[in-house]
Write a protein that binds this ligand. Structure first.
Ligand code: SF4
Length: 502
């Protein structure tokens, strides 16, 4: 539904490269693979899809490695958005196919080998593209250099390889070139062991402060003054057990980042339980990082479910050292603690387990209503649970619109209505920071119109139990037919007096 122009110019513009086609910054995992291969003596060039031909032609490339996050468009957020907007192909899947065509031609011309790995490589395990010689799953440190060496020398390699986890820190080299957005990893793995999570099998590691600062320095030398901490739980940093927060280690980390001249500290994930365990750590992080309403952080926090049955089967340790009976109060208390420190959580829920019924979803609705009653600054996203490749539920079927419990659509509407309310509130705050009254009124007018339309869309999904999404199945705004078709639909809706509010 998103025209190509917007993807190419706004949402996914090409990354910058130097004259030789080397990427100026790259996603952190790719930088890690680069460091691993360089340590093993390989000559590595990290480039972008747009500059691939130039690099291959000029460098005498023998092996192309492709890092993928969502090659089939079934990662949880893509799967949900594509499902509720008609079930069409995602841009991530389309871009991957386009890259595949390019790689096929290069392979034929230069007799190269191709290996695909990364966080989304599990999506290709059962049905690898014909041009990929190897699908590499898991971490790169232990086995990836050997795979590349064999491919280079023309030796046999199995079609799917599972990389073992590094057991010692000195097996994991720090990055040697700058990462996108100043990303640096501070922990790896998570001991809570949720069944739906692909992080689970990792051995938990907290990276030492000097290791982290070496990576930060690489980014800062390239002029990147912001830091984005990669972790599955910010408050697990430096902890030895799940029932403790290592306050001193976290304060030392934040203070050191600030001392090094970092402007903005951001982090990806946090769990609700340790927030309640150590509110003073959350407060200290916010004070050192100098977060405020316009410079806040919005990490992803697992809310998952309100159902006791689902909670105790799939995510029993989520609330540890508490348990399911404390879950809803734990969430409300932790959210209040985070909000006081300008941490505005994005709560994600996993819905659609095989044994999940409307009664379970009803319990999730009650949990969300309870949270909303306390009016926190938080967003709630009920996502279809995806059987990711390295998780314990990897053999479950992929979620489908018709298999979701029917009350899912009520939960979705309730959550989005609240999400829009919070976004509108923060959007208005941002609009009011503009001194120009004309800009202020334009921004608030746009927010109002866009949000009314989105709310109308989700209300229709609720009323039709998701079936209204199917009306958009054939919509393709990249074709003249698609544009004419959508105009026709608008006219049809106008005459049936159910026109969206804008
Ligand atoms: S708490 Fe989060 S990171 Fe840890 S296992 Fe559960 S879902 Fe994965």
């Amino acid at each position: 539904m998103v025209p190509r122009f917007f993807m190419d110019r706004i949402f996914a513009p090409p990354m910058s490269t130097d004259k030789e086609g080397k990427a100026i910054v790259a996603p952190y995992p790719l930088r890690k693979v680069e460091a691993v291969l360089a340590k093993s003596g390989f000559n590595v060039v990290v480039t972008t899809p747009e500059k691939l031909e130039k690099v291959v032609t000029s460098k005498g490339t023998k092996v192309i490695g492709i890092n993928v996050h969502d090659p089939r468009g079934i990662e949880p957020v893509s799967a949900k958005l594509s499902m509720i907007f008609g079930g069409g192909e995602t841009w991530t899947a389309k871009f991957f196919d386009e890259l595949g065509e390019k790689v096929s031609k290069l392979k034929e011309k230069f007799h190269l080998k191709v290996v695909v790995g990364g966080a989304g490589a599990w999506q290709l395990e059962k049905d690898p593209p014909r041009w990929a010689d190897v699908i590499f799953l898991g971490h790169a440190e232990v086995d990836f250099p050997e795979v590349v060496k064999k491919l280079e020398q023309g030796e046999e390699v199995p079609r799917v390889v599972r990389g073992r986890y590094p057991r010692k820190l000195d097996e994991i080299p720090p990055i040697i070139n700058p990462s996108r957005g100043g990303e640096v990893q501070i922990t790896r793995g998570c001991p809570r062991g949720c069944w739906f999570c692909s992080v689970t099998p990792d051995t938990f590691i907290s990276f030492p402060l000097d290791y982290i600062m070496r990576e930060v320095e690489v980014n800062m030398k390239a002029g990147i003054k912001d830091v984005s901490l990669i972790t599955d739980d910010m408050l697990l940093y430096g902890a030895k057990r799940l029932n403790e927060v290592n306050h001193d280690a976290i304060v030392r980390l934040y203070a050191e980042l600030k001392r090094a001249g970092v402007d903005y500290i951001n982090f990806a994930h946090i769990s609700a339980a340790p927030v309640k365990l150590s509110p003073k750590t959350v407060k200290a992080m916010a004070e050192i990082a100098e977060w405020n309403e316009e410079k806040a952080v919005s990490p992803v926090v697992g809310l998952e479910t309100g159902s006791e049955k689902i909670f105790n089967k799939y995510m029993k340790m989520k609330a540890f050292p508490w348990n399911y009976t404390n879950w809803k109060d734990l969430i409300v208390e932790s959210t209040a603690i985070m909000n006081e420190s300008y941490i505005f959580p994005c709560y994600t829920m996993t819905i659609g387990y095989p044994e999940e019924t409307d009664k379970d979803v009803e319990d999730s609705i009650k949990l969300v209503e309870y949270i909303i009653d306390h009016e926190p600054i938080a967003w709630i996203f009920p996502l279809p649970v995806i059987p990711m490749g390295l998780s314990k539920i990897r053999d479950n079927p992929l979620p489908a619109l018709e298999r979701l419990p029917s009350r899912y659509w009520d939960l979705l509407y309730l959550s989005w209505k609240y999400d829009l309310k919070i976004t509108r509130r923060l959007g208005n705050t941002i609009a009011y920071t503009s001194k120009n009254p004309f800009i202020r009124s334009i921004v608030t007018y746009m927010i109002d119109k866009v949000f009314k339309t989105i709310e109308w869309y989700f209300e229709r999904l609720k009323e039709t139990k998701g079936k209204s999404a199917l009306e958009y199945r054939e919509l393709n705004l990249n074709t003249t037919y698609g544009v004419v078709w959508s105009l026709f639909q608008l006219l049809r809706l106008a005459f049936s007096s159910s026109l969206p509010p804008s």
